[in-house]
Design a protein around this ligand. Structure first.
Ligand SMILES: [Zn+2]
Length: 287
């Protein structure tokens, strides 16, 4: 059942069509007004993809409710076909970015011992290189999804045992939320002029994806920001570990994978700040 994207009140239909009106003209459709809050139940019914995408990048909760509750939710937890296409697109984009990043690192620090392994990889036929990065990104992404799905939808989830999160029986909806919220990764496609190699840009994009993931999980699972942040963090850590593991197996342990490294570095800095704050707080408390 669809919901009002402003107040989450369940509604029967999001719009009604006039009798005899042409559908192609875009007219003759009247949006339902919510009985609970008096606003339009779902204004995004009338908006096109570009508006949706921009509001998605701006992390508007309404657009997530529209997508996750009113558009992409299927009976019996099936994937919407457009979500599978989005997943493939995200994967291919990830492959490109990871490849570009690792290739760039080889030209920067050639003195390290692992650089010979990177060079050996770079000497392989292009198809072999592509398949390697495809496997690297696919396995990392799968581990990201599986770890979060385990926490939300497994009866053995520690979050459920500690009472932080009720059992959520729709794991594919969780993956849908993660894929939709990761589409911020595609933002540089819209900005072809923007030089993506700027580290600050890559780093803020990484954080934008994290913030989007947290918001989408919070809206889908109807939990607090803390629980959603734990889920996103566990997913990011398992993706990072699996990516590192694969790189380690081929002797590339010194190489960073895309995006995560910036977020990981910022996370470390933030943690140091928290520790410092705690230390100061302790001192002030004692003195
Ligand atoms: Zn409402």
């Amino acid at each position: 059942m669809p919901i009002c994207i402003e107040c989450r009140y369940p509604v029967k239909t999001l719009y009604t069509e006039y009798a005899g009106a042409g559908e192609s003209s875009g007219q003759g459709v009247r949006l339902t007004v919510c009985k609970n809050c008096g606003r339009f139940c779902d204004k995004y019914v009338e908006h096109d993809f570009v508006v949706l995408f921009i509001d998605l990048v701006l992390i508007k909760p309404q657009v997530y409710r529209h997508l996750l509750h009113n558009t992409l939710m299927r009976e019996r937890d099936q994937f919407d076909p457009s979500i599978i296409r989005l997943g493939v697109l995200l994967l291919l984009f990830d492959v490109y970015l990871t490849w570009a990043r690792i290739e760039k690192q080889t030209t920067v620090n050639l003195t390290d011992s692992h650089s010979s392994n990177v060079l050996r990889l770079a000497e392989q036929p292009i198809v072999v290189q592509y398949v390697f990065f495809l496997i690297l990104c696919a396995v990392s992404t799968v581990s990201f999804h599986l770890s979060i799905r385990f926490l939300t939808s497994s009866p053995f989830s520690p979050l459920k045992l500690f009472g932080l999160l009720p059992f959520y029986p729709r794991p594919n909806s969780v993956s849908t939320a993660l894929l939709v919220s990761s589409s911020t990764k595609l933002f540089p496609i819209l900005m072809v002029i923007w030089e993506y190699d700027v580290p600050a840009a890559a780093r803020s994009l990484g954080w934008a994806v994290v913030a989007n993931n947290v918001e989408a999980l919070k809206i889908l699972l109807d939990c607090g920001y803390g629980t959603a942040a734990i889920l996103a963090a566990v997913g990011a850590i398992s993706r990072w570990l699996v990516g590192r593991g694969i790189l380690w197996m081929v002797g590339l342990e010194g190489v960073d994978t895309v995006g995560d490294s910036g977020v990981a570095a910022d996370g470390k800095a933030l943690w140091a700040l928290v520790e410092l704050g705690r230390e100061w707080g302790g001192r002030l408390g004692l003195g």
